[in-house]
Design a protein around this ligand. Structure first.
Ligand code: ZN
Length: 133
């Protein structure tokens, strides 16, 4: 069985999420900023809420997406609720924890439980995946 690839996308989303939350929080909390280079005080009190909340919303959105990514592709065996499935179209194994989302994260194809998959679809067997019995 193929090992799932480490999901860099998830880490990128987490990083972006934290960066935006930090930035948004800073915009709301620190409304006056002294710029040494231009020797002037930048004051964005008027836009602190719309700008800060927009940035926070972006951050929360990215973190939510990262969470969704990790819950979809988490390979940890401690999560007993997850089910091993395989995509009918591209035959990529994947773990799901939500039966409402029975679609392949790679190609959008239909997922079926991995157990007994090749018994139900013997035509999909090839030499690499055939069990040696
Ligand atoms: Zn697929």
């Amino acid at each position: 069985m193929k090992r799932p690839v480490i999901n860099l996308y998830k880490y990128l989303l987490t990083f972006l999420g934290l960066a935006f939350v930090y930035w948004g929080g800073k915009v709301i909390i620190v409304t006056k900023y002294y710029s040494k280079r231009y020797d002037l005080i930048m004051d964005h009190t008027n836009v602190r809420w719309p700008l800060g909340l927009a940035l926070l919303a972006f951050g929360v959105f990215f973190l939510y997406r990262a969470y969704k990514e990790s819950s979809k592709r988490n390979t940890s065996s401690t999560q007993l609720a997850e089910t091993e499935t395989i995509c009918v179209a591209c035959q990529t194994p994947c773990l799901i924890d939500d039966f409402e989302e029975m679609t392949c994260p790679h190609c959008g194809g239909e997922l079926e439980p991995l157990a007994g998959f090749y018994e139900r679809h013997p035509e999909l067997l090839d030499e690499d995946t055939e069990p040696g019995h």
